[in-house]
Design a protein around this ligand. Structure first.
Ligand code: SF4
Ligand code: SF4
Ligand code: F3S
Length: 267
């Protein structure tokens, strides 16, 4: 830990869109300033850190040296393996080399977002860079997956706060997702569920059933096979989530649903 006992966190960006970081900095309790300045010591994060270039890389080296074996590594993004990893480089180093080197001294690795946890967009067919999930490359550390594209920031914050409070990791499911957030299907708590049970479905985007809040299953909703807390936790502290806005769930927290099915295919 740092001198003031805040746990050190190193955050690496690989093949990704930075949407997971964008999601995190829109959280409200705790707000990102309290998280970064009071609760953890965020020693390296390419989007949020003030330093750049050699100064930034020195922060990474310094933190690794000072906190070897104790820091939490957060990874955002997939890792390309084609052509020795040249499709993703930061500071002259490939993602695959950085992940190996930085994960070696980590106490645990949190894979934030579906890219890091399961490969995500980059790993979709035909996968020209041979992208794989960061999680699949970590063999000798505890790995916690927080999938979603992007995930709810509270699933990450709650995992970090759980660790800080209880000094252990939360209970995980078979895909290494925290059970408190990914233990139930979103279908179980969806506000359109009474319409599903009564057989009332939107048949087309913009039809009467769609505008009256009917179930989106016939528009391709993957809620019945998607484990996540979107229908309970919701997003942006304003109580909305994809299905409440009229969009079918695309199963973004699942490895085998997103990118393997089209929402425009009839289920
Ligand atoms: Fe972006 Fe989605 Fe990947 Fe997060 S999981 S980095 S939001 S593409
Ligand atoms: Fe289930 Fe989706 Fe229908 Fe909601 S909209 S009840 S999640 S199928
Ligand atoms: Fe993703 Fe479905 Fe939630 S698309 S954000 S798991 S509602």
């Amino acid at each position: 830990a740092t001198a003031d006992n805040r746990p050190p966190v190193i955050w690496l960006h690989f093949q990704e869109c930075t949407g997971c970081t964008e999601s995190l900095i829109r959280s409200g309790h705790p707000d990102p300033a309290a998280l970064i300045l009071d609760l953890i010591s965020l020693d390296y994060q390419e989007t949020l850190m003030v330093g750049s270039g050699h100064q930034a890389e020195k922060s990474l080296e310094d933190s690794m040296k000072a906190n070897w074996g104790k820091y939490i590594l957060v990874v955002e993004g997939a890792v390309p393996l084609a052509k020795d990893g040249i499709y993703c480089k930061v500071a002259g180093k490939t993602a695959v080399d950085s992940l190996r080197d930085v994960s070696e001294g980590a106490a645990a690795v949190i894979c934030i977002g579906t890219c890091a946890a399961f490969g995500g967009v980059q790993a979709a067919d035909p996968n020209p860079t041979q992208a794989v999930s960061a999680a699949s490359l970590i063999k000798d550390k505890p790995v916690i997956n927080i999938p979603g594209c992007p995930p709810s920031p509270y699933n990450l914050l709650a995992t970090i706060l759980y660790y800080l409070t209880f000094k252990k990791l939360p209970k995980l499911d078979k895909l290494n997702r925290p059970e408190f957030a990914y233990g139930r299907r979103i279908h179980e708590h969806c506000e359109r569920r009474p319409h599903f049970d009564a057989g009332r479905f939107a048949e087309q985007f913009g039809d009467k059933g769609h505008s009256e809040g009917y179930c989106l299953y016939k528009l391709g909703c993957k809620g019945p096979v998607t484990f996540a807390n979107c229908s309970v936790q919701r997003f942006n502290d304003v109580g909305v989530w994809p299905v409440s806005m009229g969009h079918p769930c695309i199963g973004c927290t699942e490895p085998d649903v997103m990118f393997h099915t089209s929402i425009y295919d009839k289920p």
